[in-house]
Design a protein around this ligand. Structure first.
Ligand code: MG
Length: 380
């Protein structure tokens, strides 16, 4: 029996994780659930999973949480409570699915305490990849990716020597604008950007999929997670979202990881690794699917992958700058301040304006993040 903490329990990944845990009560029990605002979801999960501790990241929401949870669990609030939960001696696995930079400290703490961290929060590796991988190497902690592409790479590389590997391919669905012309993409509306063809996900990541900034962030994550050189990383479009990643070996052999597009599979593997659960989701019927297509990404229509190249080559604080500019630009797009193409224009300007520094400390990465946000708010 393994004890789990879920950070970011009320989001799309957190809710899928709750359903995986609820389906496997003989393997997992929940020590703590944490979320920021959606206390009704936390209360519902408390009913379902019987955690010992329920945490809201927001101090303001604490009285409301206490009232909603009552005597069903210990209640707590704030970053301190999350840090305490992840290092608790009885805890085996920490699933981090917090949106934004708030996941970095709990992930570092959990790794240093020797926990297995199932990581879904992209920002953790994008901002602090060097620091996090160093913490992982220096401790008994292990890091297992929960993003579908990275879980795919992780599975393709399992038990394989590094000398065999030439390259890693992440797949992308291409998003809702794959077949649109440039001009129409520039003018796309929020609801058009939210109409993802294959994955059901949260709002920010769905817009990132439409702009392909999601893939840019994933390239950076993969670089740190698997310790790859920038030229060992590439992207291919698979509109069906059936192939999640490929490992290209030195002799030209390609290994693909395939499954139906269902996040519960990657979450279940993140929790169960190195074992596998027997029925985490539906299976793939290849004969029924009939068609599996691949395309090269269009770099002129979607400049996101070029931003990733720059960030990969520069390293240091540049991925943090790219990520911060994107977050602000997506917010401004959703608020109607800029058009869809404005997201890329803001990112390009911010990456050009803010000088790269080496990644020395979390404080300094967060400083670069703050500078990038301030500039992204003023542009256009
Ligand atoms: Mg992904």
């Amino acid at each position: 029996m393994q004890k789990v903490v879920i950070l970011g329990a009320s989001g799309s990944i957190g809710r899928s994780a709750a359903s995986v845990l609820a389906a496997n009560p003989e393997r997992y029990s929940v020590y703590a659930l944490a979320a920021r605002n959606n206390l009704d979801e936390l209360a519902a999960q408390c009913e379902l999973l019987h955690p010992e501790v329920v945490i809201t990241a927001s101090e303001e929401k604490f009285p409301e949480l206490r009232q909603k949870i009552g005597s069903r669990a210990v209640t707590a609030c704030g970053m301190e409570a999350m840090l305490e939960a992840v290092i608790h001696p009885e805890v085996d696995i920490v699933l981090c699915a917090i949106i934004g930079t708030a996941g970095i400290l709990p992930v570092l703490a959990a790794l240093k305490a020797g926990k297995k961290v199932a990581l879904a929060s992209k920002e953790v590796l994008v901002l602090a990849g060097e620091l996090v991988m160093q913490a992982c190497a220096d401790s008994a902690g292990t890091l297992v990716p929960v993003d579908s592409e990275h879980s795919g790479v992780f599975q393709c590389l399992a038990g394989r020597s590094r000398e065999e590997l030439r390259k890693v391919w992440l797949t992308a669905s291409g998003g809702p604008f794959r077949t649109w012309d440039s001009e129409r993409i520039q003018r796309a509306t929020v609801s058009e950007a939210l109409a993802h063809p294959t994955w059901q996900m949260g709002r920010k990541i769905t817009i990132d999929s439409a702009s392909m900034m999601n893939k840019a962030l994933e390239l950076i994550e993969a670089r740190y997670l698997f310790d790859l050189q920038p030229e060992q990383l590439d992207v291919v479009i698979n509109p069906q979202s059936i192939v999640h990643a490929l490992a290209e070996l030195t002799d030209g052999s390609m290994l693909a990881q395939m499954s139906v597009p269902d996040m519960r599979l990657a979450i279940a593997y993140g929790l169960s690794y190195p074992a596998r659960l027997s029925k985490p989701g539906s299976t793939l019927d290849l004969a029924q699917m009939a068609k599996l297509e691949f395309f090269a990404p269009d770099k002129d229509k979607f400049p996101a992958l070029e931003f990733a190249r720059t960030a990969l080559q520069s390293g240091g604080t540049m991925p943090a700058v790219m990520n911060a500019a994107n977050e602000v630009a997506v917010d401004r797009f959703c608020a109607g301040e800029i058009n869809f193409g404005g997201i890329w224009r803001i990112i390009a300007k911010v990456m050009e304006a803010i000088p790269v520094e080496p990644q020395i400390s979390l404080e300094q990465v967060l400083e670069a993040d703050a500078r990038a946000r301030a500039l992204a708010r003023q542009l256009f």
